[in-house]
Ligand binder design. Sequence first.
Ligand code: C2E
Ligand code: CA
Ligand code: CA
Length: 534
Amino acid sequence: MAVTIAMRGYRAVLGALIVASSALVFTAAGWAGLESLRGQRNLAQLEELSGQLLQRAELAIDYAVITLGDYTAPSNDLCNIEALRTLRQQTFVRGAIKDIAVLAPDGQLMCSTAPAQFDLLTSGSARLAEYESRNTSIVLQPSHTEGSGLFRVLWRIGETHSIAATLNIDMLMFDIFPAQLRDEALAEIRIGPGDVVARFGDEASTAPSQTARAFSAASDRYPVSVALATSQTSFRNWNPWPLGPVLAIGAIAGALIGLLVAQTVMRPPSPVEALRSAIRRGELVPYYQPVFDLVTLRIVGCEVLVRWRRRDGELVFPDRFIPIAEASGLIVPMTERLVEQALSEMAPLLVEHPEFKIAFNIDPSHLVQPGFLDTLDQIVAQAGSPNSRIVLELTERNAFPDMKQAVAVTSEARKRGYRISQDDTGAGHNGLGHIQDLKPDVIKIDKKFIDVAGTVEAADAIIEVLVNLGQRMGAVVVAEGIETEDQRATLSRAGVAQGQGYLISRPVPLATFRALINDLERLAKPAKNDPQMA
Ligand code: C2E
Ligand code: CA
Ligand code: CA
């Protein structure tokens, strides 16, 4: 009982462990999957961000080009006061444009709406680097000061002059940057191969060793490009999934799957599987019920009756598993092991009592299996017992599948020295016809006649018939299930020679059986021909 409870506890703990570990694994796997998705999402968003930044830079240049376009007619005298005033008004309304200037072919300033801005850009040196756009008349010129936000869009109009807009890209350009990235990201707008016009963010945080991701986008219309980099940590921590719900979903899904797994893994084994492993583990053990002389009460043999002694100590009776063993074919290995075990533990007793017979129940389907007798011979020989000590009791819950074969095997068995017993005679399939065919050495009268012996006329008549039949055929008649002294006396008077039953003993393990033999030896009544019996 205690073992059963312990086993249940163990299964419950195991089940809980499976469910918990599945929940854990699924949460972790789900989390890892989501993290990888998050990585991809962050990647795509940062690429898009650099694209948007480039678009903004292009737009600012587009504005400048459009503005300049108004003044490109060669007839315009741009440097007269009136024209400059109009230009100044223009620059005032166009956000990024700080100055519009007219330049000589050598780059010298001819006139400007805001000369101070012009100076700021060139920092004293008039000559700036020039990078041509797809439209080669339009040239971009970064300022001498890196990251100042200042650069120039120059339109080469002709031999006489160029017109140029000074632009200042301020930090508003970068306002599309997500807040979480601001601290640890670096964005640059560049002109030409590497002149940084505007910079946003912390250069140190994206030093090469720390840089996790770098993105760039280049315009195909202007010599302008955008470079974006973000540190390992900020890339990893950006856009986190809501931790609680994600973990909860992972854990619930995992637990549900774990439950299914636990149910499958811990499904109790099928009865056949359970029996198979019980046979393998040697849990099927022989019990012995004495067969005694009805007159002397001396034990003349025994019937081996199988018991399933489970690991938890429970003793299972054959009616619970013999039908399964027969239907599944496990009856064959079961019987073989039982014969092996019984003969090996009975060996000394068989030596001590030379007349002692040991009976095994043999299922008809087993009897007619090819090689049945050869295997039996081997087992019996290995135990060192002569075949003549062994009785094959043909139980007939099931009909003989092949009567001809059964007759052949029993006759061969007898030739090899085994004794044949017909079990449960008068009940089930075991009729008188079988006695004629199988010619048993022992006829066991079924318990249902013994139960009413001496009280029901018909039962007594049947017993009488079987006793006569036994005498005619030279078979020993054995009565099963004798529970009372009255039954014993009635049967003995009727001429039944031997019996089995609770009157003497239930089936018991070998040690008890041995003790019983010794007790009965001492108490044994004198034999029939003893003068005291008369
Ligand atoms: P069975 O071969 O007819 O065995 C006699 C059954 O009657 C046994 O039940 C035995 O314990 C019981 N019995 C004996 N004396 C008395 C009695 O005085 N009163 C009552 N009420 N019962 C008594 P058990 O051991 O439960 O076995 C039941 C059946 O299971 C057996 O009937 C036999 O058909 C089958 N069986 C048992 N062991 C084996 C085996 O090793 N192989 C095969 N094939 N069948 C077995
Ligand atoms: Ca039997
Ligand atoms: Ca029987």
